[in-house]
Design a protein around this ligand. Sequence first.
Ligand SMILES: *[C@@H]1O[C@H](CO)[C@@H](O)[C@H](O)[C@H]1NC(C)=O
Ligand SMILES: *[C@@H]1O[C@H](CO)[C@@H](O)[C@H](O)[C@H]1NC(C)=O
Ligand SMILES: *[C@@H]1O[C@H](CO)[C@@H](O)[C@H](O)[C@H]1NC(C)=O
Ligand SMILES: *[C@@H]1O[C@H](CO)[C@@H](O)[C@H](O)[C@H]1NC(C)=O
Ligand SMILES: *[C@@H]1O[C@H](CO)[C@@H](O)[C@H](O)[C@H]1NC(C)=O
Ligand SMILES: *[C@@H]1O[C@H](CO)[C@@H](O)[C@H](O)[C@H]1NC(C)=O
Ligand SMILES: *[C@@H]1O[C@H](CO)[C@@H](O)[C@H](O)[C@H]1NC(C)=O
Length: 550
Amino acid sequence: MKTTQDEKTGLVSVGLEDDDNDNENENKEKHQHQHQHRHRHRQQLTRWKTISYISMLLLVVLGTIMISMYKNNSSSGNHDKSYKIKIASGGFDNTDSSSSSSNMHTNDGGNDGGNDDVIVTPMTITYDYELYDGQLLFTSKKLEIIPNVDFDYSILGMSSVRNINVETNEPVSLDEVYVHHFTFSPMGMLGAEVLTRNGSSPYMKFPNGYGLHVIYDDTPYIKINAHLLSSKDLEPIDGSISLAHKHCNECYYAPGKGSDCTPDSSGTFKCCGDSTSCIVDREQCACATTTTNNINDRSDKVMATTKYQVQIDLLISRDIHKFKRVDQWNFAAPACSVNLHGDSVFHKYSTDSFCFNRTSSMILGIGGGSLFHQIELQEDVDHPYVETKISSIAPASGKIVWAQSHLHTGGVNATLRLNGEIVCSAGAVYGTDTDVKKNARNEQNHLIHIESCYDTQIYQNDNSSTVGINFNEGDVLTTETIYHGGIDDDRFVGYGSSGEHKNVMSMFFLGVVFEGDAEYLTKKRTSFNLWNDFVRIAGYNNTSNQTLSN
Ligand SMILES: *[C@@H]1O[C@H](CO)[C@@H](O)[C@H](O)[C@H]1NC(C)=O
Ligand SMILES: *[C@@H]1O[C@H](CO)[C@@H](O)[C@H](O)[C@H]1NC(C)=O
Ligand SMILES: *[C@@H]1O[C@H](CO)[C@@H](O)[C@H](O)[C@H]1NC(C)=O
Ligand SMILES: *[C@@H]1O[C@H](CO)[C@@H](O)[C@H](O)[C@H]1NC(C)=O
Ligand SMILES: *[C@@H]1O[C@H](CO)[C@@H](O)[C@H](O)[C@H]1NC(C)=O
Ligand SMILES: *[C@@H]1O[C@H](CO)[C@@H](O)[C@H](O)[C@H]1NC(C)=O
Ligand SMILES: *[C@@H]1O[C@H](CO)[C@@H](O)[C@H](O)[C@H]1NC(C)=O
C-alpha cells in the first residue's frame, strides 16, 4: 500500500522511547485523533494483525481466586456483569499466606461519605495478532489503538497476561513467541515474566483504597506497543538452537532484520523490528528460520502465519473517587549523560548504546535513563556479575504503594533503595523445561518470573494511614540490577546461551502517590506513566513555555 507523508511522520518516530512517553504528546495527539482515526483504521486493516476489543468478561478465565473474592457479595441490580464488594476485600490476595491481608477493616483512604461499598468489575483486554515464522513485530502506540470504554475508571489490579494460540487455546511457549514486552497505555510495560502470574500471584495490586485512574477525556484510546518476536522453527546458529534463540530474542545483528539493522547496531531495537525500515518501509524483518519463509525475499507474497491472542486481566472500578490516584513512576538504568545540545561530555557511547546519538529532548523524554543496555562477556570466572544502576531524586514527597522490577534474560536480581536503604530486592526465576510443546511458563533458558515486592514494608501494614513507604522531597531512589555475564552460568543450557547478553533491561516500576498542591497533582487526570527525572515533561501542556524547547 501507499504510505502517505502524514503516516510517515507518525511512523518515523515510533521508537519505544517515544511510545512510552505518552503524556507529553497526549494533548497534541488528542486533537489529531478525530480526523486521523478513520485514516489509521484503514491502514490497520492492511496490517498483519488485527486489533481486538475490550471485553467485560465474567470470571470465565479469571479462575477460582476471583470466585472466592466475590463469594460473600451480592450482585448489584443495576450494573450488569459486575459485583458488589467491600473495598477491604478488594485485590487478589485473599488466598495469600500473608496474614495482614485477611485483616479486613474499614479503610477510609480516599473514601467519600462513609460508604464502603464499591463495584469491582473484572475487565479483560484481548489483542489478536499473527506472525509468520521468525517475524519481528513492533507496533506503534500512535497507530495501534483500541477505543477505551467510555467512562472513567480506576484499575485496582492486574493478575496476569496470557499469550495463547488461537486455534488450540493453549499458552504459547517463549520458544515460539518471545514476549519482549507488551504495553497498553496507561499501564506500564509488561515483559515475558508476567506470563507466569495468576490470580493468587497477581502482577499488580495496590493496598486497599488505591488505584490507577483512567479518565476517558484524557484517554479515549488504549494504545498498544506490542513487541513480539516469533522464534518458531529458528535456524540454528553455529549448530546451536539455543544460540539462535538468544540472537533472535536479544536483538543481535543478522541479515534479514531490515536495512537499519547493521553490525554496529547489534543489540539495539533496530535489530528487533523497531526501525524505519521495518515499520515504514515495510521490509520483511525476521529471524532466520528453517521453514519455507525466506527472509531475503522482500516480495509481498503472503506467508503462512500463526494466530495468537494476548489476554490481560484487570480489576476495575467505576467508583473512581473511592481510590486515591496512583501514578506510575518508572526507573530505567543506566543513566544517559548528555548536555543541552545532546552531546555526551562524560562518556563516549558506543553505537550499540541506548544513549548513542540521542538529542537532549529524546533523553528528556524518558527522564535520562536507558531503555536497554548490553552485558558484556565477563571473562573472569570469579567475577561474573555486572551491576547497573540509576538514581533519581524525588521531586515531591509521597508514598510508594507498589513496586515491580523488569529484567531480561541473564538478570539475577534487582534492588530498589530509598536513601541507600533497601526497599525491595527481587530475584529472577529461570525455567527448566526444553520441550517447546509443553514448556509454556517454564521455558529453559528464559527468565520466567521476577519476584514481587508484596512481602516488603509496602504491604506489611494495611492500616491506611501507615500503608506504603513514605518518602520526602529530595530523597534518593536507586534502582540497581545484577546480571550474570559469565560463560559458567548454570541457569542456561546449550552452546552460546550464557555469557554476554544484549538488549537487556534494568528497570523498576513504582506505583506512587505524590503529595503536593500543584494543579498537575490535584486536577482530575489519567495516572501518569513517566520515567526517572520526569518533572520537566509532566504536565507538559501547562508548562511547555517554561521547559526546554523540544
Ligand atoms: C500462580 O503463580 C505462581 C507463581 O508463578 C505459581 O507458583 C502458582 O503455582 C500459580 N498457581 C496456579 C493456580 O497456577
Ligand atoms: C544520528 O541521528 C540522526 C537523526 O537524529 C541521524 O540522521 C544520523 O544519521 C545519526 N548518526 C549516526 C552516526 O547514527
Ligand atoms: C543479587 O545477586 C548477587 C549475585 O548472586 C548477590 O551477590 C546479591 O547479594 C544479590 N542482591 C541482593 C540484594 O540479594
Ligand atoms: C493506624 O495507624 C495510626 C497511626 O499509627 C493509629 O493512630 C491508628 O490507631 C491505626 N489504626 C488502626 C485501625 O490500627
Ligand atoms: C498550570 O497553569 C495554571 C494557570 O496558569 C497555574 O495556576 C498552575 O499552577 C499550573 N500548574 C503547574 C503544575 O504548573
Ligand atoms: C492541559 O490539558 C488538560 C487536559 O489534560 C486540560 O484540562 C488543561 O486545560 C490543559 N491546560 C492548558 C494550559 O492548555
Ligand atoms: C506561557 O504561556 C502563557 C499562556 O500561553 C502566557 O500567558 C505566559 O506569558 C507564557 N510565559 C512565558 C514565560 O512565556
